[in-house]
Design a binder for this molecule. Structure first.
Ligand code: GTP
Ligand code: MG
Length: 282
């Protein structure tokens, strides 16, 4: 897969010849104006803490996804992509990581996308409309049981689709980041395409194991990933326990919020921060 992606990219001449290291050097230079201890580099130690969503924000995000989502079409070649002028987000990741399941969870429709316990189930790019506001795209997986032509289709789509606002890369925290994930992120970095990581199957790990995996993935992203949106999202399957169900619900609301944010869709909620009001002149 790696070679296929690389040859595709070099054919298109869309990538810059910069390596991650060279880009980092440039970043260091460009950020010199930010005060740092040695005035030579600006180092990100951790992702910034993202404030927890307010209940009204969660409610809004959930409501936006409560209206029925509909299937638009499946394509096997990027030229067949629907000509819709709406913001789009896509879900990619290794085979069996939970891409199709997540779209069903987000849209509260467990029949919208076919899922399977066997890797390599999704073979086409599938487009779904969310109430005429945005488009969700499910993709075939890469890695185990994947096919070369799927890699070509994914890369063609990623490099040509103007509507794409953010790519969500799903990673199984049990396995952590794999070479295939790193290759993809490297190419996205070279083309300045924004992506955000979602850790799936959180319910399969203990809290401690999940946090350890999250921390190690975050550390690697901070060191190497350039166009990665600095917030790790999570999803999981609801179990019987109330605690797990609450976690799954909060996680899903946060993913919905992030998708809407990527699409530029904002809530019209009363602000919780004090508003500036000019004092009346005397
Ligand atoms: N426990 C658990 N299982 C999950 C979760 N998400 C998905 N699964 C299971 O993982 C398997 C694969 O899910 P899919 O959604 O089909 O995965 P995919 O990434 O679309 O797979 P491909 O289309 O084959 O690339 C299915 O058996 C799902 O039920 C999760 O959050 N928790
Ligand atoms: Mg699938």
């Amino acid at each position: 897969m790696t070679n296929i992606y690389k040859s595709l990219l070099s054919k298109r001449w869309l990538h810059t010849s910069l390596t991650n290291w060279q880009r980092k050097q440039q970043l260091s230079v460009n950020l010199q104006h930010l005060s740092t201890k040695d005035h030579k580099s600006y180092t990100l130690e951790s992702f910034p803490t993202v404030p927890t969503l307010q209940p009204s924000e969660e409610k809004w995000a959930n409501k936006m996804f409560a209206r029925p989502a509909t299937f638009i079409k499946s394509i096997s070649q990027s030229q067949q992509a629907p000509e819709i002028n709406l913001p789009e987000v896509a879900f990619v990741g290794r085979s069996n990581v939970g891409k199709s399941t997540l779209i069903n969870q987000l849209t509260n429709n467990h029949k919208l996308v076919k899922t399977s316990s066997k890797p390599g189930h999704t073979k086409l790019l599938n487009f779904f409309d969310l109430t005429g506001k945005l488009t969700l795209v499910d993709m075939p997986g890469y890695g185990f049981k994947s096919k070369t032509e799927w890699g070509e289709l994914i890369m063609d789509y990623l490099t040509c689709r103007k509507q794409l606002k953010r790519l969500f890369i799903l990673v199984d925290p049990t396995a952590g980041l794999k070479e295939t994930d790193r290759t993809l992120m490297d190419m996205l970095d070279q083309q300045a395409l924004t992506y955000q990581i979602i850790l799936t199957k959180r319910d399969r790990l203990s809290v401690a194991a999940y946090e350890a995996s999250k921390q190690s993935i975050e550390t690697e992203l901070i060191k190497n990933a350039i166009c990665c949106y600095p917030q790790l999202l999570s999803t999981g399957m609801a179990r019987r326990s109330k605690k797990n169900q609450d976690t799954v619900a909060h996680d899903l609301a946060q993913v919905r919020w992030s998708i809407l944010d990527a699409a530029g869709i904002k809530p019209d909620l009363p602000s919780t921060t004090p508003q500036f009001r000019p004092s009346s002149s005397t």
